[in-house]
Ligand binder design. Structure first.
Ligand code: ADP
Length: 183
């Protein structure tokens, strides 16, 4: 299981279903309406139950590149929070802008975890499904955001887990982590 130590924290990569992550917080790849959808969003909403819609509704949506945090509905402890992060829809013509938005979706998610004193958080590969972000391009952006957050010190977040859905996606993240870890 690939893992690196960063400052006082760790980044770990696993393959599986993020609903089973057993971290204090789970990040959802939400859309701007926060009204639910397919992919990881569908899986999280199914596990958390209809009350998750009640928790997101007051926000009235979320800007791309940002995130909101709610309770975890019926997802069992230790998971107490769901972070609804809105990554960009990828377009080659706007690659740099998409990269910045993907990065900020991760940064805001991690900041929200700090506000709730979260120690462990699981991310899916945001934007790499229906939103079409090439995973080999997304992986170093996501990993770098996590590394920089952990490096800053005095963080409540000590463990960031990326839960990749397929072995191929885990492989891409593992290679990106290996090359960033050496840098
Ligand atoms: P987006 O709209 O941000 O692209 P998707 O849900 O379509 O969101 O896909 C994001 C990533 O989440 C993809 O890599 C997809 O394979 C993965 N994924 C789908 N279901 C799950 C799940 N239950 N746990 C973890 N990752 C998942």
């Amino acid at each position: 299981m690939p893992e690196i130590v960063v400052g006082a924290g760790r980044i770990r990569l696993v393959q599986g279903d993020i609903v089973q992550a057993k971290t204090d917080a789970i990040v959802n790849a939400a859309n701007a309406s926060l009204a639910g959808g397919g992919g990881v969003d569908g899986a999280i909403h199914r596990a958390a139950g209809p009350e998750l819609y009640e928790l997101t509704r007051p926000f009235g949506g979320c800007a791309t590149g940002s995130a909101v945090i709610t309770g975890a509905g019926r997802i069992p402890l230790p998971t107490r929070f769901i972070v609804h992060a809105v990554g960009p829809r990828y377009s080659t013509a706007r690659d740099a802008e998409c990269a910045a938005l993907l990065r900020s979706a991760h940064e805001v998610s991690l900041r929200l975890c700090e506000e709730k004193a979260v120690e462990s958080v699981a991310f899916p590969a945001i934007s790499t499904g229906v939103y079409g972000f090439p995973i080999a391009r997304a992986a170093p952006i996501a990993l770098q955001a996590a590394m920089e957050h952990l490096k800053a010190g005095e963080r409540s977040v000590k463990r960031v887990v990326f839960v990749l859905f397929t072995p191929a996606d885990l492989q891409v993240f593992s290679e990106a982590l290996a090359s960033l870890g050496q840098g």
